[in-house]
Write a protein that binds this ligand. Sequence first.
Ligand SMILES: Cc1cc2nc3c(=O)[nH]c(=O)nc-3n(C[C@H](O)[C@H](O)[C@H](O)COP(=O)(O)OP(=O)(O)OC[C@H]3O[C@@H](n4cnc5c(N)ncnc54)[C@H](O)[C@@H]3O)c2cc1C
Length: 423
Amino acid sequence: MNAELDVIIIGAGFCGITVAASLKKFGIENFVIIEKGKTVARIWKNAYERLVTQNPYFTLPFFAGKRNYSTFKTKDEIVDYLTEYAHHFQVYDHIRFDEEVQNINKINHQIDNDWQIQTNKDILKCKVLVICTGLTNEPIILSFVGQEDFTGEIIHSSIYKNGIPYKNKKILVLGSGNSSAEIALDLYEHGASSIDMLIRGKRWVFPLYPRLRSLQYWLWQIRSYFKRLFHKHTVDTKIAAMEKAIDFTPEELQVEINEYDKFVRRFALDLSAYSIYPEDRGAIDMEVNYGRVAWVDRGTVKQIKEGNIKVIYSHIQQLTKTGVIFSNGESKDYDAIILGTGFRPGINKILRQSELYLNLDDRLLPKTNGKCQSVVDPTLYFVGFEKKLGASGTYGYYGWCTGKRIALQLQNKQFLSPQKLHI
Ligand SMILES: Cc1cc2nc3c(=O)[nH]c(=O)nc-3n(C[C@H](O)[C@H](O)[C@H](O)COP(=O)(O)OP(=O)(O)OC[C@H]3O[C@@H](n4cnc5c(N)ncnc54)[C@H](O)[C@@H]3O)c2cc1C
């Protein structure tokens, strides 16, 4: 077992790295980041090749990077940028790559320094634990009646790289999220002989350009809000400003969501002629409250309209040796099925007594105070799971605010809360 640490951060994505940068800035040195991948931002590193971020001019707080990046960073640029960011704040050497956390346990709730983290290589102990393992950690893999008879390939979108192996093949893509839409387009551009998208729910669809404009509008609002909030330009003042900017009550957040939804609704595409229908609640409401991100089109819609990608609005009833029987009675042959069926956080897989720390709903998200701190244990933080506006734009804010809070907590030695003693 290694020496005892002040802080362990699990995950070297946007959240983990910004927490680390902030800890360092506020004088905490005795921490490690455990990352199961071989680079930072493993999710981006491993994703399909054509992936670019939907967020224009995406950067994290206090460092925009030294090299010139694309307006919409490519997946490799995201990895490069986060690597540059980690070096800039001198936290890169704190990362233990290629090491996976398998079990988290609090040995004794009455005692400080008692988080025990078991990895595939080591057992570590720390005073404060920060879980930054992301909302998209675990692919959701569906299984179907008759699957064992199907002779084609079935893969999840997280495994898909590009359309080269699928040239001249008949492909079924499940889902209407951004991954499904982009993979369908990629297959078309790589010469798949037929591409069907199986859509069974509703989904908002927006063209890219107005989304860019609406995001810029929102960023502009945030910037002017910050400007009003502070005049000095010290890091600390900016963090205080960030804390205020993300410190909404649930009611205030819902008001913001409704306002923003009113604004973006006018840009939505009407694809009902192609069996793609908007959700009953607003697009931002769906993203923030239900984790269902709108489809921001990068060319798939044109191919649907031209008949090169077909939408099937149905369910899979069963697989056969050569294809699929749908619940609408249609049946078709396929060489491969690609599951754009999404992800879940999967924190419950590593956190012992997870029913204590997580909401027992569909997504098993952590019980926090809205500022990333567990309501069950003040020495436990979950960054990257809060309901928020602005997606990636806010991951960095939460990371920095949490790092600062933990640094103060360590400096003031506030570990046990009164409620804690009753667990
Ligand atoms: C294909 C795809 C496209 C996306 N596009 C966008 C986009 O355009 N805009 C946007 O805002 N968001 C997008 N997202 C959402 C994405 O989750 C966020 O952009 C961002 O990556 C979240 O940062 P994070 O730090 O919370 O989590 P992540 O970036 O997911 O980082 C979590 C890290 O934790 C590590 N980890 C997990 N479990 C363990 C363990 N047990 N032990 C050790 N390490 C572990 C993972 O390897 C990973 O590196 C996309 C997601 C996917 C999958």
